[in-house]
Design a binder for this molecule. Structure first.
Ligand SMILES: [Zn+2]
Length: 169
């Protein structure tokens, strides 16, 4: 998948209540998907964060994919591409207050420290109930700016783990 269109996004989130695609000014149509590890956008009016990711499903493995995917070996890439599944998730957003014990907060995806107001706590219910626990909410601290987060993200291991945990409980 090289590009994700608005139609594909709408299809991906068709079961999501009050889905809002990225605003036109976010530049979805002109985005360089080859370099994106994930597509994210924050709907501030609804306080929702949306994340689209191509997850490679394999037993116990960790994907190194990007949305575009570039590897040396084309056949290998095609095989890996077949195992990938486009996943769209909607999260509730808790924005950190600008005052806190620490002046800066940490993004768990790109591993950068940023000003507190530039970090969001996003959370959602896992699709399956995890064994032996009552709660099923999973959350993570991420950059409020998904474009910057993408740029600073060295690899997708933590994103893979997070999304797998949501999908598989
Ligand atoms: Zn980040």
């Amino acid at each position: 998948m090289k590009i994700i269109t608005r139609e594909q996004l709408t299809q991906l989130f068709k079961k999501t209540k009050r889905f809002k695609p990225p605003r036109p000014e976010s530049g979805l149509e002109n985005m360089d998907f080859e370099s994106l590890k994930f597509l994210g956008w924050w709907d501030q009016t609804a306080n929702a964060y949306y994340l689209v990711y191509k997850l490679e499903r394999k037993a116990g493995g960790v994907s190194t994919g990007t949305l575009g995917g570039r590897t040396e070996n084309e056949a290998e890439e095609k095989e890996a591409e077949k195992r990938k599944e486009l996943v769209g998730l909607k999260f509730d957003v808790l924005r950190l207050s600008s005052r806190g014990v620490f002046a800066r907060a940490f993004c768990e995806l790109c591993h950068k420290h940023r000003k507190r107001e530039d970090i969001l706590l996003i959370s959602t219910e896992t699709k399956k109930k995890p064994k032996g626990v009552d709660y099923r909410t999973k959350g993570i601290y991420v950059c409020a700016d998904p474009v910057q987060c993408n740029k600073d993200m060295k690899n997708t291991a933590d994103l893979d783990r997070f999304i797998t945990a949501i999908l598989e409980g």
